[in-house]
Design a protein around this ligand. Structure first.
Ligand code: FRU
Length: 554
C-alpha cells in the first residue's frame, strides 16, 4: 500500500492469541509494531511517511477497521479505507464507489463504510463544511460499546469519511462482557472560531437499571480534527427523573442558553430543560414536555428549536408500540414558549414508516435541516460481509405550516438526478428492471386518487405504497414487518416524491405533509416501480429518474 499524502494508519486490532500484534513494514524494511488489544479491538495509530510503500502484517490478531488519515487536506480527501484481500491476506486500498455498489448498500443515503451505525450526532456547519458525527460500532453489525464516527460535506449530499473521533471509556473496553456504554449521543454548537460538543457518557450493567450512570460531558474543537479532553458538566439526573438521562441538545432562545435532555418522570417520557449562562455550568429548570401516552421508557434524542414563528420539540419513543403496531415512533410537538415550557398547539408523528429514529436538526443560513437514523426495528437486517446496519435519511428541510410539521428533501438532492426513466401521465406505469435500484419518482395527481405502487420485489417479498379506503400506507409482504400498519396521517394524496435507494424507501407526501421511511432488503441488482392508479386520466405528471451514487467522484 502506498501512503500518498497520508501520514497516519489507524487500525483496530484484537488478539487471537497472546502477544498478537500489528506490524507495519516500510519499503526500506523499517518495522513499526504495536500490540493488539487482548480482549477488545485496540485503536492503534502508526505514524507513516507520505508517498511510501508499506505492508501491514497481523500476527495473531484480527482487524475490524483500518484506514489512512493524517493528511493536511483531510476535510477534502477523507480517509482511505483498507481491507484485507482474500487469498493474499494483504491489506489493500479500496475504491469508495465500488465498495458501495451492492444491492443492499445505499447509493445516495449516507452510511458508514461498514458495520453498525445509529444516531446522527453533532450536526453543524462550521467554516465551510457540514459536519455529521454519528453513533457507531466499528467492529460489528450489532450495537455495542459506542464510538463517534465523523463525516463531512460541502453540499449535504456528498460525504467524506473522517477518522473515528470518540471511543468508549477504557474501563468498558476492559470489562466489555460485564458492563456496557461509551460515547452516547450528543450535539454541537458552532461558534465562529470554535465548536462546542455535548454528549452523554454511559457506563453501567448489561441490563440497564438504577446502577446505570449517564452523565453529560463537553469538549471543544477549532479544526474538527483535534478535540479537547472531555469535561463532565452534569454529573447526575435531577431527583425526579429516571436513570435514563441522555442525548443533550443545546440551543439559544433570545440571549439564554438551554439544553434539552431525554428522560422519564414517574414512568412517563419527559424532555428535561436545563439552562446555563456560560455553557459549562448547567442548572435544571423543569420538564419542557411530559408525554401522556404510556409505556415510553424514555424520550430519546430530544430536539427543540424556534421555527417559523413557533417552537418545535421532537423526540423518539423508546420501547413504545403505537396503536398501529409500529415500534419506536418519533413524535413532534408544535407550540408556544411560555414560562419556559412548551404550550402545545399541535403534534404528530415525525415519520410514518417508523424506520426513522433519533433525528437531529441544525440551522444554517436560514434553513432548519434535520437528519434521522434509518433503523431496523423489525429485525429485518440481512448480514453480509462488508455490510452495514443503519444509514441516514436524506437531509430534510423543516417548516411549520398550519400547525403541522412539513419536511422536504434539501434542494441539493436534485443534483443527483440522472437519466430519465419515464416522463408522462399514464395511470399504469410499469418499470420492472431499474438498473441499480436507486431512483426518484415524482407524481402529481389531478385529484385525490386511489392507487398501488410496487416499489420493491424480491422473490415472495415486496414493499408497496397503497392508497385506498383505509388511507395511505406502506405495505410489506413476506418480511417481519408484514401486517404492521405504516399509515400516513393525510386526508388525501395530491403529490408524491419517492426515493428508492436499494434497501431504503423514503416517501414524501403532499410536498412534505408526511414522510415515511421503510427498510426493504432487496437483494437483486435491479429494482422496480409499478404504478396502478384506480382512476383514468388522473395522473397529471409522473417522472422517474435514476439517482447517482454519492460515492462516485463528481
Ligand atoms: C438512541 C440511543 C440514544 C443513545 C444512543 C446510544 O438510538 O439509544 O438514546 O444515546 O442511542 O447508542
Amino acid at each position: 500500500m502506498n501512503t500518498g499524502q497520508y501520514t497516519c494508519l489507524e487500525i483496530f486490532a484484537k488478539q487471537t492469541a497472546p502477544k498478537g500484534r500489528v506490524r507495519v513494514l516500510s519499503e526500506s524494511q523499517e518495522s513499526l509494531e504495536k500490540e493488539a488489544g487482548s480482549t477488545y479491538y485496540a485503536w492503534l495509530k502508526f505514524s507513516l511517511k507520505p508517498d511510501t510503500e508499506y505492508e501491514i502484517i497481523c500476527d495473531a490478531c484480527e482487524v475490524s477497521l483500518c484506514y489512512l488519515s493524517g493528511n493536511e487536506n483531510i476535510l477534502e480527501t477523507g480517509v482511505r479505507f483498507l481491507e484485507k484481500e482474500q487469498g493474499s491476506g494483504a491489506f489493500v486500498l479500496q475504491d469508495l464507489a465500488a465498495w458501495y455498489e451492492r444491492p443492499t448498500r445505499e447509493a445516495y443515503h449516507f452510511a458508514p463504510w461498514k458495520n453498525w451505525m445509529n444516531d446522527p450526532n453533532g450536526l453543524c456547519w462550521f467554516q465551510g463544511y457540514y459536519h455529521m458525527f454519528y453513533q457507531c460500532n466499528p467492529h460489528g453489525q450489532e450495537w455495542s460499546h459506542m464510538y463517534w464516527g465523523h463525516a463531512v460535506s460541502t453540499d449535504l449530499v456528498h460525504w467524506k469519511h473522517l477518522p473515528i473521533v470518540l471511543a468508549p471509556q477504557e474501563e468498558i473496553l476492559l470489562r466489555s462482557e460485564a458492563i456496557k456504554g461509551g460515547a452516547f449521543s450528543g450535539c454541537a454548537v458552532a461558534d465562529e472560531e470554535e465548536v462546542l460538543f455535548y454528549l452523554t457518557r454511559h457506563q453501567g450493567p448489561m441490563q440497564d437499571c438504577a446502577d446505570t450512570v449517564e452523565q453529560q460531558w463537553m469538549m471543544r474543537s477549532r479544526d474538527m480534527i483535534h478535540f479537547t479532553q472531555e469535561k463532565c458538566v452534569i454529573k447526575s439526573p435531577p431527583a425526579e427523573a429516571s436513570f435514563d438521562f441522555r442525548d443533550p441538545k443545546v440551543l439559544k432562545i433570545g440571549e439564554t442558553w438551554y439544553m434539552v435532555l431525554g428522560s422519564a418522570i414517574n414512568g412517563q417520557g419527559a424532555i428535561l430543560l436545563y439552562t446555563s449562562k456560560d455553557r459549562e455550568h448547567w442548572e435544571y429548570v423543569h420538564p419542557l414536555i411530559t408525554e401522556e401516552q404510556n409505556q415510553i421508557r424514555c424520550f430519546e434524542c430530544p430536539d427543540f428549536m424556534e421555527l417559523d414563528g413557533s417552537f418545535l420539540a421532537m423526540g423518539a419513543f423508546m420501547e413504545h408500540y403505537d396503536a398501529n403496531g409500529r415500534y419506536q415512533m418519533s413524535r413532534y410537538y408544535i407550540g408556544e414558549w411560555r414560562d419556559r415550557r412548551l404550550a402545545k398547539t399541535g403534534e404528530g408523528w415525525f415519520d410514518f414508516g417508523s424506520n426513522c429514529y433519533a433525528m437531529q436538526s441544525f440551522a444554517h443560513q436560514g434553513r432548519r435541516i434535520s437528519i434521522g437514523w434509518i433503523s431496523d426495528f423489525y429485525d429485518e437486517h440481512l448480514r453480509y460481509p462488508g455490510g452495514a446496519y443503519g444509514s441516514m435519511t436524506i437531509p430534510r428541510q423543516l417548516h411549520i405550516r398550519n400547525n403541522k410539521l412539513y419536511m422536504t428533501p434539501v434542494q441539493e438532492m436534485a443534483s443527483l438526478a440522472g437519466e430519465i426513466l419515464y416522463q408522462g401521465n399514464g395511470e399504469n406505469i410499469v418499470l420492472s428492471k431499474i438498473e441499480g435500484n436507486a431512483y426518484r419518482a415524482k407524481i402529481r395527481f389531478g385529484e385525490n386518487t386511489f392507487f398501488t405502487i410496487l416499489l420493491g420485489r424480491d422473490e415472495d417479498r415486496s414493499i408497496s405504497l397503497v392508497h385506498d379506503t383505509k388511507g395511505l400506507r406502506i405495505v410489506t409482504k413476506g418480511v417481519k414487518s408484514e401486517g404492521i400498519d405504516f399509515k400516513a396521517d393525510v386526508e388525501e394524496v395530491r403529490d408524491l416524491e419517492i426515493y428508492m435507494d436499494r434497501r431504503v424507501a423514503e416517501i414524501y407526501v403532499n410536498e412534505g405533509e408526511a414522510v415515511g421511511t421503510k427498510l426493504f432488503y432487496n437483494t437483486l441488482q435491479n429494482g422496480c416501480f409499478e404504478l396502478c392508479a384506480m382512476k383514468a386520466g388522473n395522473v397529471r405528471q409522473a417522472e422517474l429518474v435514476m439517482m447517482k451514487s454519492i460515492w462516485r467522484p463528481e
